[in-house]
Design a protein around this ligand. Structure first.
Ligand SMILES: Cc1cc2nc3c(=O)[nH]c(=O)nc-3n(C[C@H](O)[C@H](O)[C@H](O)COP(=O)(O)OP(=O)(O)OC[C@H]3O[C@@H](n4cnc5c(N)ncnc54)[C@H](O)[C@@H]3O)c2cc1C
Length: 404
């Protein structure tokens, strides 16, 4: 590679500024309140819907960007504003990705807009995969879908844990096993339409961070959905199951395909938190005085900031590379999607901790945002595949060996 320069286009710069203004003007001032209340920030989602930021059209437009950069740019700015509120706004997109990953274009057009509703009637979506005994090990999930041929209906039973928007979503995308003996290759995804009987909210979790984002259990008790709610359709599922029974590799595993596609966007959110903490502590270090000089004049502080900036920029490069590859359908030969999420997630945890250290006592108290950013950052090494699982994916990709 002789030259490497990424220049954002006019449209991307406009979107970046638009989302940044929303993050700065609407999200930042509300961040502390919603973290303390630990509730879904409906007024902010409403505001985002009003301006078109919380909408199917915006996400569809961002996904359609052939460079792939619009989505990570928007995610970075949102999380720079506040990660908890950002997830309250972007959580529905995960449900949408679940539909896009395995659904037909017709299913996407039917259910995609319903994931968001309209500014007058806002709807939420959830992507329900994890279970109490199946987080990293998705192949062991127990939620079961059985086909009632006479009625052309699927009957779903099980309980999903730690679901973003779980129990408050209108559209639920549920990954269930249709043939447990096939492990992950026996999975299928279903849309459970709004108001379907049998789907109910379990417990709401109290969390360390991203507290403005609702996380809860989803209980499915004899939930019946019409045959057309099977994403990808019955024919495709039957073909996939037949291949799996013959021991052939399946081309797509529902949950994995969704997570792989959404990883750069999740990495971009972690990057947004890290950048926020870096910028804040840089300004602080230039003003705070100790021993008669600004604390940044000490190498011990200045070098921390140099490392923070380096890691923030490295995260962005990895995120943009993965997003660009995704948009151009270049396969992730070395687990580049995982690399972006792994590095940005761990960077966010590290940078926010350094920021607390730079701010001393002010970094540790709730009056300032840095302790919240640190709490918010931690989930980025856990959800959408833990750091260990990302390393596993990268290690397998680069070695071709099934590392355990
Ligand atoms: C706030 C929040 C929101 C979430 N939102 C969603 C959502 O919307 N939808 C959804 O489906 N899920 C969601 N999750 C669930 C999340 O994806 C899981 O928590 C995550 O995948 C980890 O699973 P687990 O908690 O069962 O941990 P485990 O899988 O039990 O892992 C425990 C530890 O063991 C390590 N480990 C496991 N296997 C290996 C291995 N083979 N090699 C090395 N180390 C290993 C893990 O890395 C981890 O450190 C959310 C979780 C949180 C906290």
């Amino acid at each position: 590679m002789s030259e490497f320069l990424v220049e954002l286009g006019e449209d991307q710069l406009q979107i970046q500024k638009w989302v940044h203004d929303f993050a700065e003007g609407v999200m930042r001032p509300a961040a502390h309140e919603w973290d303390e209340r630990e509730e879904t920030p409906w007024p902010i989602i409403e505001e985002a819907a009003k301006v078109g930021l919380y909408s199917f059209d915006f996400v569809a437009q961002a996904v359609a960007d052939p460079t792939g950069l619009t989505l990570p740019i928007a995610n970075e700015e949102l999380a720079w504003g506040d990660a908890g509120i950002a997830l309250a706004i972007t959580g529905s997109s995960l449900g949408l990705s679940g539909i896009a990953a395995t659904g037909t274009p017709e299913q996407l057009m039917e259910w995609g807009p319903q994931c968001f509703g309209t500014p007058e009637k806002i709807q939420l979506a959830a992507f329900c995969v994890s279970e109490a005994d199946a987080g990293s090990d998705v192949s062991s999930l127990r939620t079961r879908a059985t086909y009632d041929e006479a009625k052309d209906e699927w009957v779903i039973n099980g309980t999903k844990s730690w679901i973003t928007n779980g129990g408050i979503a209108d559209v639920n995308v549920v990954v269930a096993t249709v043939e447990p003996e096939l492990g992950a290759r026996g999975h299928a995804s279903f849309v459970v339409p709004p108001g379907t009987p049998g789907l109910s909210a379990g417990q709401k979790y109290k969390k360390m961070g991203i507290r403005a984002s609702h996380t809860g259990e989803v209980v499915l008790n004899d939930v019946r959905v019409p045959g057309r709610c099977l994403l990808g359709g019955k024919e495709k599922l039957d073909e996939k199951l037949a291949r799996a029974r013959e021991g052939k590799r399946s081309t797509s595993q529902a949950a994995m395909a969704t997570f792989e596609a959404s990883r750069p966007s999740v990495g971009a959110q972690a990057l947004g938190i890290a950048r926020a903490a870096y910028e804040y502590s840089l300004e602080y270090a230039k003003e705070r005085k100790a021993f008669g000089r600004r604390i940044i004049e000490n190498q011990g502080i200045a070098f921390k900031l140099a490392d923070m900036k380096t890691r923030v920029d490295a995260s962005r490069l990895l995120v943009w590379r993965a997003a660009s590859m995704g948009a151009k359908r270049v396969p992730f030969g070395a687990g580049e999607g995982s690399m972006s999420k792994l590095y940005a997630g761990e960077t966010a945890v590290w940078v926010t901790e350094q920021a607390i250290q730079i701010m001393g006592g002010y970094g540790y108290v709730r009056e300032y945002p840095v302790e919240r950013w640190h709490r918010d950052s931690k989930v980025y090494t856990i959800f959408e595949g833990t750091s260990e699982i990302q390393r596993l994916i990268i290690a397998r990709a680069i070695s071709g060996i099934r590392i355990l």
